[in-house]
Every structure is written in C-alpha cells, then in structure tokens.
Design a protein around this ligand. Structure first.
Ligand code: ADP
Ligand code: MG
Ligand code: ZN
Length: 504
C-alpha cells in the first residue's frame, strides 16, 4: 500500500470520533447504589436494578449528571435544560434488561467544540501545511462536537479460547456484571478531523480535559475511555461525503492513529482500483497492524428507541448549571497560556506541564518555593530530570532547581543528587553542602581537562577544523565526562573554542 502522506495528497480524509468515557471517579452506578469498582470479584457489585430484574426501578445518580454537564461546559456545549432518557433495545447477554438506558435526539450537551493544536512531524500529514504559517511549527483546528449524552455501560464479557479476544472463535464466554450500569458519557464529533494525527491530538486533548475535570481516570488501556474511529475519503476538492467505515478495538492513541492511517490507505487502494468502499465495522488488529471486517452494515439497526417510562424528563435549573460551572477548574489550554505569561515558560514546556493536572500542581508548588527568575529551571527539572518512578517532593525539586539556576551544580551532578535524595525526603541543598559537590568554574583546572580531551580526540579535532563545527557538542560531552560532571559546560565550551581557534 502507498504511504499515508502520499495518499493524502490526492485524497482528503474525513474522520469523526465517538468516544465513550466511564465516569470512574463516581462512587456508585448510574441508576442504583451498587459500588462502582472494577477490582472487586466478578459479579459482586450487583442488584436487581443493574441485573434488570422485572419491576426494579432506576434512580438517576445526580453526581453523574453534574459530571456530564461539567464535560459539556468544558467543551463549550449548549446545556439542554430539558432532556429525556430513552430505551435502546437490543438482545445481548451483556445487558440483561434487553435495553440500554441512553438519551434520544436531545442530549444533555449539544453543539460544542474542542480546539486543538497540531505540531511537529504530525502536522505535515496535512498536505497544505507549511511550517512558515506558524512560528511554532503547527496549526490550530476547531473540531465541532455534535453531542455528549449520558448512558450506562454494559457488562464486561471475556471470550476465552478465541484469537485477540474475538467472539467468533471463542469456546466459552464469561460475563461480569460489575461494570453493568457504570455511568458512561458518549461524545460524538462532527466529521471535522482531516488526518490521523488530528484524531490522535483530539483524543489527547479530550483526555486531558476530562482528567482535569476529575470525572474519569480516562484509561484507554483499561477501557475506561474507548474510542471508535469513523473514516471516509474523498478526492481533494470534492464536497460530498464518501462511504465511511467504523474502527473498533482501539486501546491507545497510537492505535487510533495507525488504524485510521491504515484504513485511509486501504480505502484509497479500493477506490483507485475502481472498487467501492463498503459501509462496515472493522476491527483493529494491533499485532498485524491492519483492520479486518467485523460486520457489514446493510441496513440501519432498529433499536426501537422510546422514552423510558420509568425515568421522568430532566429539567436542569439555572442554579444547578451554575453550580456545575463553578466546579469546572482551569482547563489545560488556559493553564498553558497562564504558565507562559506568569512564569515566562516556553509554550511547549508550559503545554507539557499543563497537560496533566497532577504534574501541573506539582510544578506550581515547586514554583512557589523558588525565586521568580528560577521558575523556568523548575520546569526544566520536571520535564527533563524527573520520571514517574522518582519519589521526590516539590520542595526537593525547588531546591534542586535553585542549585542549577545559580550554577552551583551541573545537570550531571543534579542527576546524581536526584538519585541520592529519591525517596528519602532529604534536601538537595544540604546534601550538596555535605558532600562538597560543586560545579567547577576554576578555569585553570577546566583548561587542563580540555587539553586532555583534545589530545585524546584527534579525529574530532580534525573534523572540527575541516568545518564540522557540530563536533563541539561531542567534545563538551567528553570534558563533562572526564571531569565527572563537575565542570561548567559553558566554560568548557568557551575554552574549547579558544583552543581550537588558536592551533588551527
Ligand atoms: P452511525 O449511524 O453509523 O453511527 P453517525 O451519523 O451516528 O453514524 O456518525 C457517527 C460518527 O461518524 C460521527 O462522529 C460522525 O461525525 C462520523 N461520520 C458520519 N459520516 C461520516 C463520513 N461520511 N465520513 C467520516 N465520518 C463520518
Ligand atoms: Mg453511531
Ligand atoms: Zn446495582
């Protein structure tokens, strides 16, 4: 098959996403007070309501309605003051009521949008994209959201003995009703996305937004956030929509990107060979990196939807919506912009810190504890030196950043300090004092190291003199290593340049 980038020069991709998010941070299910937990033994959190016993009556979870309204407000949706729950009928063992309670034509949230910024390599998937248009090497897109509605999740089924968990070849199927009745919000976008990268960034932005709202743990891996990708293609310049296929089983951002990319290329191949794209649901097989047909859609499914007589219409008061609005915290893009202005951070750094609410508040805690001009160093330390496995406090990061910003220690020494204080709570400043760790700015000693390195690295010296100035980076690295990370890299650089100019 052809490469995506080539295909996208002739064809325009049209992508719409349907995203299901379980409201995992709630304590109880959508219509009953069963505990919401996927870790308990199978079928332990169940009751007549979520098992669909005849006569059991649902009671809506108010907190879940609050969460979906918050999600709608965060994506600029119009909050519908009156909406209904519907019954969507189908027969499948994962929903023993034989219908799913969901919403009809009017959802709690309608007509919003989510703005994204596509940067870096991924931006070049758009053939009309040129780097010159934007100094940061990216472009903005606003993706319309058709609706966000409230529904309930089905039970979890495990198909044993099949390949890649597919039912067709399974010998046995197990059902866990703990998940049945989990509050679930479904967000449907308009077909506004144009590249797999845009779809990936959309999902990332949505995940960051929901994480910031605190309404879900948003794990694609564990399935608390699930995404179906709909895609069709059309000739560049054409207006109508082509026939779409729908991709399921997407459990990572990368899978979403790769499944869409595969599908765009596959559809182009079919159409270029004079064939037609069939409307079908396809399954992404990560191990084989391809999509395969799951089922063909010949007619629209008939779910016999009608308003649920057991649930009265919802009328949201101004007061309730105002309360929800007050609970929407600062969102990632707002946070990024504030970080840039308040702390003089680079936009990319600010975006990285603002993306995860826990990282963002850790950063701000540390930022409070250092002099204003040293805050960018705090960002630097968090982004470049910390990893998820490190158990360090914001106070330790603040202390380390100050040591670095004042040139007391080098980055290599900072790495060492970090290893030593990891999990101990010790103050980096004290540790550095105790051990007499200092960045060396003694030019005579540094010059001796430089001479030693130059004598050893004859090849690189020759390359430098032949015009390859980039090897200076390698030479500075050698000096750092020889000085066991204690030498000031800027001084090494200066001395190296002087020496190399002299004898050249
Ligand atoms: P279905 O009835 O098959 O579920 P919907 O009209 O509900 O289809 O749309 C589902 C998703 O597919 C939405 O995100 C929508 O934006 C997207 N979509 C609809 N038509 C197309 C198309 N021709 N090409 C790509 N995406 C589409
Ligand atoms: Mg649909
Ligand atoms: Zn229950």
């Amino acid at each position: 098959m052809r490469l995506l980038r080539e295909v996208l020069r002739d064809w325009e991709a049209v992508i719409g996403l349907e995203v299901h998010t379980e409201l995992t941070t709630l304590k109880t299910k959508m219509f009953c007070d069963c505990r919401l937990s996927h870790d308990d033994p199978p079928n332990s959190n169940v009751c007549p309501v979520c098992l669909g016993m005849p006569g059991a009556l649902p009671v809506p979870n108010e907190k879940a309605i609050e969460y979906i309204v918050m999600a709608g407000l965060a994506t600029d949706c119009q909050i519908q003051r009156r909406s209904l729950f519907y019954r969507k009928h189908y027969f499948y063992p994962d929903m023993s009521k034989n219908f799913q309670t969901t919403q009809g034509p009017v959802a709690f949230c309608m007509h919003g949008h989510l703005d994204l910024e596509v940067t870096g390599e991924g931006a070049t998937e758009r053939p009309d994209f040129t780097v010159e248009k934007d100094p940061d090497g990216g472009y903005m897109a606003s993706i319309r959201i058709l609706r966000i509605h409230m529904e309930e999740d089905a039970a979890k089924m495990v198909h044993v003995g099949g390949s890649e968990g597919r039912i067709a070849s399974a010998t046995e199927s197990l059902i866990d009703y703990n998940r049945c009745g989990t509050p679930l919000i479904e967000l449907v976008t308009q077909p506004d996305l144009r590249t797999p990268e845009e779809a990936r960034v959309f999902m990332e932005r949505l995940r960051q937004t929901f994480l910031t709202l605190g309404i879900s743990d948003c794990s694609l891996e564990s399935g608390s956030m699930r995404c179906d990708g709909n895609v069709s293609i059309r000739r560049r310049g054409a207006r109508g929509l082509g026939t779409k296929t729908e991709m399921k089983n997407i459990n990572s951002f990368k899978s979403l990107h790769d499944a869409l990319a595969y599908e765009i290329c596959r559809q182009a191949e079919v159409l270029e060979a004079g064939g037609v794209v069939r409307q079908e649901t396809r399954h992404w097989e990560p191990s084989k990196r391809r999509t395969v047909v799951m089922r063909v859609k010949e007619t629209a499914d008939d779910y016999r939807m009608y308003p649920d007589p057991d649930l009265a219409p919802f009328c949201l008061s101004d007061d309730f919506v105002a309360r929800c609005r007050a609970r929407v915290p600062e969102l990632p893009l707002e946070k990024r912009d504030r970080f840039v202005v308040a702390y003089a951070l680079k936009r990319a750094d600010a975006a990285q810190l603002a993306a995860d609410p826990r990282v963002a508040s850790f950063f701000e805690e540390a930022a409070c504890a250092v002099a204003k001009e040293h805050v960018p160093m705090v960002a630097n330390v968090i982004i470049n030196l910390l990893s998820a496995t490190k158990a360090v406090t914001s106070a330790q990061v603040a202390s380390l950043a100050t040591l670095l910003a004042t040139d007391a220690i080098t980055f290599m020494q900072a790495r060492e300090v970090l290893e030593l204080v990891d999990g101990t709570g010790d103050d980096p400043q004290r540790l550095v004092d105790e051990r007499g760790m200092r960045q060396s700015t003694d030019t005579e000693a540094l010059a001796a190291t430089v001479d030693e390195v130059l004598a050893r690295c004859v090849d690189q010296v020759r390359q430098y003199r032949e015009g390859n100035k980039k090897v200076i980076g390698y030479l500075v690295g050698q000096c750092m290593r020889t000085s066991r990370g204690t030498g000031n890299p800027k001084l090494f650089n200066t001395i190296l340049c002087e020496r190399l100019a002299q004898e050249g």
